[in-house]
Design a protein around this ligand. Structure first.
Ligand SMILES: [Zn+2]
Length: 124
């Protein structure tokens, strides 16, 4: 069973969370589960979609605003976001956008992805 978060690693951790009155169960790998286990995933409390970007990490690593072309290659988008390509691919998967890191996505899709990370995307 692959991790529901990144779709890359084998899931080794089962997490049950109570969000918006709904109990949800997830199977995550150690890497993706760590922020949840550390209790620094604010989205867990609000019930918003969990995207595996801990608040601390976001504050340190993710830019507030990026400028990207239309369309943009997923790998380049990830680099601009200072994320690993598989993280962006995983997030796009959860947005029902099946891509590889070498595929291009439209600016519209890319900006929705960025919004999910709390990053504002401007078209270059
Ligand atoms: Zn994972």
């Amino acid at each position: 069973m692959l991790c529901e978060q990144c779709n890359q690693n084998t899931s080794t951790v089962y997490i049950t969370s109570l969000a918006s009155g709904q109990r949800t169960k997830r199977q995550l790998c150690q890497t993706c589960a760590q922020p949840v286990l550390d209790g620094i995933a604010p989205n867990e409390k609000t019930g918003a979609t969990f995207l595996g970007v801990p608040a601390a990490q976001k504050a340190k690593l993710l830019p507030e605003q990026i400028s990207i072309p239309d369309p943009v290659i997923v790998r380049d988008l990830a680099a601009t976001l200072t994320l690993a390509p598989f993280q962006v691919v995983g997030t796009l998967m959860r947005m029902n956008v099946p891509v590889s890191s070498l595929d291009a996505v439209s600016f519209e899709t890319a900006s929705r992805l960025c919004a999910s990370y709390g990053v504002f995307a401007a078209q270059a």
